[in-house]
Design a protein around this ligand. Structure first.
Ligand SMILES: [Zn+2]
Length: 730
């Protein structure tokens, strides 16, 4: 904002930092480049050279955030609070108590000697304990799964794993809040949600076609076999372990293959993967009717797949609380096909699939070079400090978040971010009001939806309230942190289950921070609660600081906030009405007009190509990424106009420049900041690989090129020959 200075150029440390960030990223020969066609190369040249892959512009702050947390966690309380300039220095027992817990968890994680001394034994013990629930000799055994003999044993294992909060049949669905989701037809209520299991690999691409990358599949088999050899060194020889691993992978593939057929038959979406992703669809065009069918009374749940024991699972998910009358089951038709696939296996394969989940979950919590070499995920590659900050984050997130907020997020930053978010939402309302292709009724309700949208800025104010150490202490009152790193990992997961279950009886809240947290470098929109989340961790230099001029704030974070707000109205977000219910609330004509414009985005981003290191061209997936691309365009448009309005309302002297950037107008700089958010340090090979995994975001450079191609203001600022946006909805 820079309002404390009347100089033309802001020279505070934050301003100099932001300026040097822009300058070091700028191509040295930028004056010879055409911003209308090569904007990505012009503004990101240096970023690619200065950063390690896979860093992306905005997310480069993650490292700084983690370093700050590490600095806090490595000191005793007195010193740690002294490095937090915004902490009240009064004696605060709850704060000290919370800090001690986090400190203890961090110290246990950093205690390499103790972890080494324990070796792989804690994991072996745990796996054996689970195996005893349904005792199976870990040896080659021909016995097929027998429904009459084995169902009870399987249910015991499911119960034991769910108590530990290890996911078995229930995967982690998009947009879920732990194991919960707002009831799809009574949004105030929360329900347990059962989605399809998490599988070890993406065996199918996002179009539902068999993906079966043979390299990846055989790598997975080696991992599973290797892991089993570590945990059962005596009873499993190499050959048996390999055979078992092969059958585990085959079981996953056969479950998915059958399920994708069922989903396609029963769904109204074009691809099974879309249905998997959304978890809905049942042949009717009224979303509320379709969603009603996913609410399953608990009494009926058992009959779905009696062998799998979904009812057993639900009883454990409530962690001692009262059992709900009904749950939401995504793709109810799929469960009997899963069950058929499971029943065909040898019973050792079924058991091992479940044990594999335990090994994978906790492999990073024991010291074993063999497991490390298998690279099962977790902390591979990152250093010990980052791993341990992450560990404390997993166990005691809100304690860490409060420390982070107190150290780096003064009220002035929060109020600046909140004001900007409010302005941008208001601007989106203005844009919607002007849409001549949208019927008046739909327009009115869209504006209402924007009014109802909750803007969560910085940190949570309840469950727990980050302003209150007492509230945080209360939140973690049942957690027991010891000097054992392994036990702490178990405890963290168990407690997540308990606190998640506790929330189940409360009404749905628009301000529950489940999809974001404060020290995170990201932002989010949740369609089932119509809320955006803009964490403190993303509002940091060089992109955000109260000293920075408005064009910098709006060009960087403003476009991110605009993006999240537009998610509420993108191709999937627009299907949720002003009460966050999925209904057919748009009239047919407005839907058709929207679809026409959406198609423009799909074609545009499919035409964008990546050139691989082999010189081959790889087209984008405009269909898959359309929601994100619509949000980029909308975000840019409303953030820009909100800035222009804000600028007009301020004295001229507040519209400051930054040192060394006098060659650019502030309008141009707004877009240079937008570009800087999406610069990346990926290699050509990595970009192609990422694209082939079919992510929901277009490649970062396409986000820069697409965003600017769809912005009239950009073309005017850089005097491009054609001013018309290529695609536009808002
Ligand atoms: Zn997005």
């Amino acid at each position: 904002m820079g309002q404390f200075q009347s100089a033309e150029v802001c020279t505070t440390p934050a301003c100099i930092q932001a300026a040097s960030h822009i300058l070091e990223n700028l191509a040295p020969n930028w004056k010879d480049m055409d911003p209308c066609t090569d904007f990505d190369k012009m503004v990101c040249h240096g970023f690619n050279q200065l950063h390690d892959s896979p860093t992306v512009g905005l997310f480069a702050q993650e490292k700084t955030n983690n370093r700050l947390l590490r600095e806090i966690l490595e000191r005793p309380y007195e010193e740690a609070t002294a490095v937090q300039p915004y902490v009240l220095r009064r004696r605060d027992n709850a704060a000290e108590h919370n800090f001690d817990m986090a400190h203890r968890a961090y110290a246990a994680c950093m205690d390499s000697d103790a972890i080494e001394a324990a070796g792989v034994k804690p994991l072996m013990d745990l796996v054996n304990r689970i195996n005893e629930q349904w005792p199976i000799e870990m040896d080659y055994a021909d016995d097929l799964f027998d429904e009459a003999d084995d169902t009870a044993g399987l249910h015991k294992v499911i119960a034991a794993l769910t108590k530990l909060n290890v996911r078995t049949w229930n995967g982690a669905p998009d947009g879920a809040r732990g194991n919960r989701k707002p009831d799809p037809i009574d949004q105030k209520k929360q329900r347990i949600i059962i989605s399809i299991p998490d599988f070890s690999l993406n065996y199918f691409d996002s179009e539902g076609r068999a993906y079966l990358d043979s390299n990846k599949t055989s790598e997975l088999k080696d991992q599973i076999a290797g892991a089993f050899r570590v945990v059962f060194p005596v009873s499993l020889n190499e050959e048996t372990a390999k055979q078992l691993a092969g059958e585990i992978v085959e079981m996953e593939i056969s479950m998915l293959r059958e399920a994708s057929k069922t989903a396609q038959d029963g769904g109204n979406s074009s691809t099974s993967a879309n249905i998997f992703a959304r978890g809905e669809g049942s042949g009717t065009t009224d979303p509320q009717e379709a969603l009603k069918k996913t609410i399953i009374p608990l009494a009926e749940l058992r009959s779905f797949a009696p062998v799998l024991g979904l009812d057993v699972l639900v009883r454990e998910l409530v962690a001692g609380g009262s059992t709900p009358d009904a749950v939401v089951v995504l793709l109810p038709a799929i469960w009997s096909t899963f069950e058929q696939a499971v029943k065909k296996q040898r019973k050792i394969v079924v058991q091992s699939w479940l044990l594999w989940k335990v090994i994978k979950q906790f492999s990073a919590n024991v010291e074993s070079n063999e497991l490390k070499n298998l690279d099962l995920g977790g902390d591979a590659g990152s250093n010990k400090y980052d791993t341990c900050v992450e560990h404390v984050d997993d166990s005691l997130r809100w304690i860490l978040d409060q420390l982070f907020v107190r150290a780096s997020y003064p009220e002035l930053t929060r109020s600046a971010a909140a004001k900007m978010a409010t302005n941008i939402r208001e601007e989106m309302k203005v844009h919607v009001e002007k849409l001549s292709w949208m019927s008046e009724e739909t327009r009115k309700r869209t504006v209402k939806k924007l009014d109802n949208m909750k803007l969560n800025i910085g940190f949570p104010e309840h469950d727990p309230d980050l302003r209150s150490s007492d509230d945080i202490a209360e939140f973690y009152s049942g957690v027991n942190i010891t000097s054992s790193f392994f036990d702490n990992a178990l405890e963290a997961l168990r407690y997540q289950l308990v606190s998640d279950a506790r929330m189940l009886s409360k009404p749905t809240s628009q301000s529950e921070w489940t999809s974001a947290y404060s020290h995170q470098t990201n932002a989010a929109y949740e369609s089932t609660v119509n809320s955006i989340f803009m964490p403190a961790g993303v509002s940091r230099p060089p992109f955000f600081h109260p000293d920075l001029p408005e064009w910098a704030l709006y060009g960087a974070l403003g476009t991110v906030i605009g993006h999240e707000i537009t998610h509420g109205l993108d191709s999937s977000g627009r299907q949720y009405d002003e009460n966050a219910l999925k209904t057919n609330w748009w009239d047919d004509k407005s839907v058709a007009e929207y679809a026409k414009r959406q198609q423009c985005f799909e074609d545009q981003y499919t035409k964008f190509e990546l050139v691989g290191p082999d010189g081959k061209k790889y087209p984008g997936n405009g269909n898959r990424t359309v929601g994100e691309n619509i949000s980029d365009a909308g975000g840019l448009a409303v953030a820009y106009d909100a800035w222009i309005k804000e600028r007009k309302s301020m004295p001229n002297t507040w519209d400051q420049g930054l040192p060394g950037l006098g060659d650019f107008t502030h309008e141009q700089l707004f877009f240079i900041l937008y570009g800087n958010v999406w610069c990346d340090a990926l290699t050509a090979q990595e970009r192609v690989e990422k694209l082939r995994g079919n992510p929901i975001h277009a490649p970062n450079l396409h986000r820069i090129l697409g965003g600017t191609a769809n912005s009239r203001a950009f073309k005017e600022a850089f005097k491009c020959p054609k001013k018309e946006p290529e695609c536009e909805i808002f």
